[in-house]
Design a protein around this ligand. Structure first.
Ligand SMILES: Nc1nc2c(ncn2[C@@H]2O[C@H](COP(=O)(O)OP(=O)(O)O)[C@@H](O)[C@H]2O)c(=O)[nH]1
Ligand SMILES: [Mg+2]
Length: 216
């Protein structure tokens, strides 16, 4: 008789808890050109902000596991806030992008009024995820938004996007450049890729406690 092979005990994987998937349970509540038009939600809300083309829509889709936000290769010019309700548990606001070249001053003012109006009027807003391209040198417009969030006392987190486009050796220096440029702490910055999924669990781990604890 042969002895049975020794069993290897099951070792659960470590690292951040995998984030839940919400496929089929996401409702688009609308696209709003004025902050005052947004419905008030009875659940916590997370907002996503950043320059046009930084990967906002892609990140929202990758994080939620469903194509809810429209992505494009060309910077969009529509200035609206898209609001989503995810599994009746939390809201996601996709804020209008900024920073593309040759924007007439009246459009810049309209963007400012819309975003500032939104940030000042959402009692359930738990976090602003500010997206910054991991490959870029710190930009003035991003710095101004960070300054505004600090002034308003709004908790934020920087997601360094398109992380897949950096080599392993470029990554830590790129994050350090952003940290120094914007004066942000290590735990306030996470490198993410919507293409490879890198950093999404880490990003979710930061958002999840707000979403769960803040439920009303
Ligand atoms: N390589 C790479 N490309 C990305 C990533 N996220 C977005 N993109 C591309 O960047 C462009 C702009 O993305 P989009 O999500 O529409 O940006 P938004 O304007 O900020 O909403 C699109 O061509 C995307 O395919 C990423 O993580 N990695
Ligand atoms: Mg978009």
């Amino acid at each position: 008789m042969t002895t049975p092979p020794e069993q290897t005990p099951y070792v659960p994987p470590t690292g951040p808890k995998p984030r839940p998937q919400f496929g089929g349970r996401v409702n688009m509540l609308g696209s709003f050109p004025e902050a005052g038009l947004l419905p008030t939600l009875a659940v916590p809300e997370i907002a996503f902000a950043g320059r046009s083309n930084v990967g906002k829509s892609s990140l929202i889709n990758a994080l939620i596991g469903e194509k809810i936000a429209r992505t494009s290769g060309t910077p969009g010019r529509t200035q609206t806030i898209n609001l989503f309700l995810v599994a009746d548990r939390f809201g996601i606001a996709d804020l209008p992008g900024y920073g593309f070249a040759k924007v007439p001053p009246h459009m810049r003012e309209a963007w400012k009024a819309l975003v500032e109006g939104y940030l000042g009027e959402r009692p359930n807003l738990k976090r602003v995820v500010l997206l910054i391209d991991a490959r870029q040198e710190p930009q003035k417009t991003d710095g101004e938004l960070i300054w505004g969030l600090r002034q308003a006392g709004l908790p934020f987190l920087v997601a360094a996007t398109k992380y897949d486009k950096l080599t392993r050796s470029q990554r830590a220096p790129a994050l350090a450049t952003l940290r120094k440029g914007f004066g942000i702490k290590e735990h306030e910055l996470v490198g993410v890729s919507s293409v490879t999924g890198e950093g999404l669990d880490a990003l979710w781990a930061i958002i999840a406690p707000h979403v769960e604890a803040g439920r009303r």
